[in-house]
Design a protein around this ligand. Structure first.
Ligand code: 3PG
Length: 309
């Protein structure tokens, strides 16, 4: 009997969890949930005899993989899979999948909320501004970027996007203007929303060179990853530009966070935990998709969402 472990340090809703386990049990598998654990040991222990894992931001590194004996598949119920050592997984013959698009609306709605929070001075009662007529630059145009574009157009914003992997025609078809370059995106956008993954190329890539280009009253929204930000340079930009605001769903390093809170609290908004994808709907969408992908993989050899082919 195949054993599937749902390992979520940050749990899904109870309803999503139960539906995920039901799909796996229906397929004849043993399905167990490991929730709210801390440290790597419980994950290593649970993964030992697992054939497949479903995870969120849970870290599946070389040490976890090395402890497994028959693991064939890891499904990241979500978009970004920088928390999985995909190279080591491949070397060990373990397929890694994600569930692209399944939690994108939840993240996009949080982006909209963060733009409003910043525009209304964190609801402190002082005169704020409106999003209508302002320019929003989407740095990357995947599922979340597209969902943000739809909402932003509802606000009456002008939406631009830059994505080296998406052609201008696809942006135009979505009613979004393709920025001529990444620099042009930052130069023209009062709001920039980050949707880039954390890769060797993007880590530390958002710093003063880009942020100092943004127009007066600039706001940077980060629901992507903390690693893409050059934290010392972000602090420098906040110091130099009194008009600059930052909202993030991912806390920076403890040191940077302390400085942000101490010096720039009125212009910086950071969620207490990473909660962009934390809606009942997104939990069900991403979690059930992951369970179904596991069943399709084992029963039909379906490899559609494999990210380490
Ligand atoms: C993702 O990559 O899908 C999002 O960052 C959500 O991550 P989470 O499942 O850890 O909330």
């Amino acid at each position: 009997m195949k054993r599937v472990v749902l390992a979520t340090e940050k749990p899904f809703s109870a309803s999503a969890r139960d539906q995920i386990l039901a799909i796996l049990k229906e397929a004849g598998y043993e399905a167990v949930a490991l929730e709210k654990y801390s440290g790597k040991a419980p994950l290593i222990d649970a993964a030992k005899n697992a054939d497949a894992l479903i995870i969120r931001s849970d870290v599946v590194d070389a040490e976890v993989l090395a402890a497994t004996s028959k693991l064939a598949l890891v499904v990241r119920a979500g978009a970004g899979y920088d928390n999985v050592d995909v190279k080591t997984a491949k070397e060990r013959g373990v397929a890694v999948m994600n569930t692209p698009g399944q939690n994108s609306n939840a993240v996009a709605e949080l982006v909209a909320a963060m733009m409003v929070i910043c525009a209304r001075n964190q609801f402190d009662g002082s005169t704020g501004s409106e999003l209508k007529g302002k320019t929003l630059g989407l740095h990357a145009f995947g599922a979340v970027g597209r969902a943000v574009a739809t909402i932003a157009k509802g606000f009456g914003m002008e939406v631009l996007a830059f994505d080296p992997f998406v052609g201008a025609a696809a942006m135009t078809a979505a009613g979004v203007e393709a920025a001529a370059s990444v620099d042009a995106l930052y130069e023209r956008s009062r709001y920039v929303s980050l949707h880039i993954p954390a890769t060797a190329e993007t880590k530390g890539s958002i710093g003063k060179d880009r942020l100092m280009r943004m127009p007066k009253g600039a706001t940077l929204i980060n629901t992507a990853r903390k690693e893409v930000i050059n934290e010392p340079e972000l602090l420098e930009v906040l110091e130099k530009r009194e008009d600059f605001r930052y909202a993030s769903d991912i806390a920076p390093s403890a040191d940077t966070l302390a400085k942000l809170k101490e010096k720039f609290a009125s212009r910086v908004w950071v969620t207490p935990v990473k909660l962009g994808a934390q809606t009942g709907e997104a939990n069900v969408n991403a979690g059930l998709a992951a369970a179904r992908q596991i069943v399709a993989f084992f029963e039909n050899g379906e490899r559609r969402f494999v990210v380490n082919p």
